[in-house]
Write a protein that binds this ligand. Structure first.
Ligand code: ATP
Ligand code: MN
Length: 465
């Protein structure tokens, strides 16, 4: 091997192809396939930098069959050679191999031998599935979306604010929590009245993994003005649906001086920005997913970014559902928490557009949402998407100390003086929302199951790796 030739990624070589023709290149990657005849062998090489493979041509006057034998699907190799214009169809350039180094062979029990494994099969091989075209595409899109999120907020003057993952505040009520403890579970220390005694626990009190960073985010927003959190959240609900994970990533912007209308405007702009970013920067990956899984994907993404979202009060939404004449599995009536089937009816059948549903009955929403003048509804806003249902949940927050305290007392919430202090000292109108990151990835990739858009999904009875 010639140490002077610097390695290039396959993405770079394919992008700069015409300039590099005639030059020596150095590539490393995993073999997707090898085929050919007695004179020439073709290897499709992938290094993860792009969904596209680089074709490596081995001339059998230069390499022996014996040398090439270990190059099977899944093996890893290092090649130097000359980049040439390709005669074959399917690629514009290819590498005429001159030097070969084999890093690792892949015996015939390599599970990803053939194309077209089912997603269920691949879920059982989650430690290897990032090497498939499908998961490579999904994971690159996931990365691009994460970057777009940081870029969007940074460019708008938001600060990235880190809320804690371990928390002793269980009042959010967004979902069941996982406990964090170092107490010996076989012999739990008990108090006199038979409850668990947390005095000797690591934190000296009951602690849990967070279900949302919002409450702490509000502390950030009422100091820095505009903040967003972007981190893991954990929910111990037994939700075995294609849209729920036990560990997922959430993006939660929180904005001082924003009212509900500003909040809706931001949510719509934000989500369109992210989708546009992916359309622009992940063309090959999205095209692949469109061709192989979901023929309507690109049209759907373009449709969402080029249309205004419908804004509709909950009360009107319920009326539409009641008058639809549709047989739903769950009943609809004013006061009902809408199920995914209802949300999707509004979006996919009635409006055929994303919908921002607002002003929900206070009983079905969290305690911190601002009460409307009608005394019955709160300034909530859920963004509902085709195929996904709820992708964003948000609201204007109750900034009035007395009203917030009253609502917390009604619900028996205690030990939250730190939260109430935001309203006690220099309170301001403010708003925010939470976007489930995997739901966004689900939408942009067109995948059907949220377990297929995160590298290592956690869900009830599953915690591999
Ligand atoms: P849902 O009604 O779909 O269970 P939620 O109302 O419990 O969601 P919120 O508490 O409003 O959700 O959380 C904000 C966002 O987080 C949701 O809009 C959704 O995108 C996402 N989300 C909530 N729960 C999950 C989950 N278990 N897995 C993945 N994403 C989730
Ligand atoms: Mn919600």
């Amino acid at each position: 091997m010639d140490k002077e030739i610097r390695r290039k990624s396959i993405a770079t070589i394919l992008a700069d192809g015409s300039e590099l023709v005639g030059k020596k290149v150095d590539v490393k990657g995993w073999v997707r396939t090898r085929r050919g005849n007695k004179n020439v062998q073709f290897v499709a090489l992938n290094d993860g930098s792009t969904i596209n493979n680089l074709q490596i041509v081995f001339d059998l006057s230069r390499f022996s069959e014996e040398e090439l034998k270990p190059i099977t699907t899944g093996s890893s190799i290092h090649v130097q050679g000359t980049l040439v214009a390709s005669q074959g169809k399917g690629q514009s350039v290819e590498v005429q191999a001159e030097e070969l180094e084999i890093y690792g062979t892949a015996p015939s029990d390599y599970p990803l031998q053939k194309k077209g494994h089912t997603l269920e099969f691949l879920r059982e091989k989650a430690h290897l599935r990032p090497r498939t075209n499908t998961f490579g595409a999904v994971l690159r899109i996931r990365h691009a979306l994460a970057y777009a999120i940081h870029k969007f907020f940074n460019d708008k003057g938001f600060y990235y604010f880190n809320s804690p993952l371990i928390t002793a505040s269980d009042a959010e009520g967004a979902g069941a929590q996982f406990q964090v403890t170092t107490l010996p579970l076989n012999e739990l220390p008990l108090t006199e009245d038979g409850k668990v005694d947390y005095t000797d626990d690591f934190f000296g009190k009951m602690a849990c993994l967070t279900v949302s960073g919002q409450l702490e985010g509000e502390l950030g927003a009422t100091a820095l003005g505009l903040i967003y959190t972007f981190g893991p959240t954990f929910r111990a609900e037994n939700s075995n649906t294609p849209r729920h994970l036990s560990e997922f990533w959430m993006v939660e912007p929180e904005m001082a001086f924003y009212e509900i209308e500003d909040n809706m405007e931001l949510a719509e702009e934000f989500i369109k920005y992210c989708i546009n970013y992916a359309l622009e920067h992940c063309k090959d990956d999205i095209q692949f997913l469109n061709d192989h899984f979901d023929k309507g994907l690109i049209d759907r993404l373009n449709f969402v970014v080029s249309n205004d979202f419908v804004r509709l009060p909950y009360t009107e939404g319920v009326k539409i559902l009641e008058e639809s004449g549709k047989k739903f599995e769950f009943p609809v009536f004013w006061g009902a928490d809408l199920a995914s089937e209802h949300e999707r009816y509004l979006v996919e059948e009635h409006f055929k557009k994303p919908v921002i549903l607002t002003d929900y009955p206070k009983e079905i929403k969290a305690f911190y949402m601002k009460l409307n003048d009608d005394g019955k509804t709160v300034r909530a806003m859920d963004v509902l998407f085709p195929k996904i249902g709820e992708i964003i949940g948000g609201s204007q927050r109750e900034e009035n100390y007395e009203k917030l305290l009253g609502r917390m007392n009604e619900l028996g919430l205690e030990g939250m003086d730190w939260y109430l202090d935001t309203r006690k000292y220099g309170t301001v109108p403010h708003s925010g929302f939470g976007l489930g990151f995997e739901r966004l990835v689900l939408f942009v990739t067109g995948m059907q199951n949220i377990r297929d858009v995160i590298p290592f999904p956690r869900y009830p009875k599953n915690c591999e790796y």
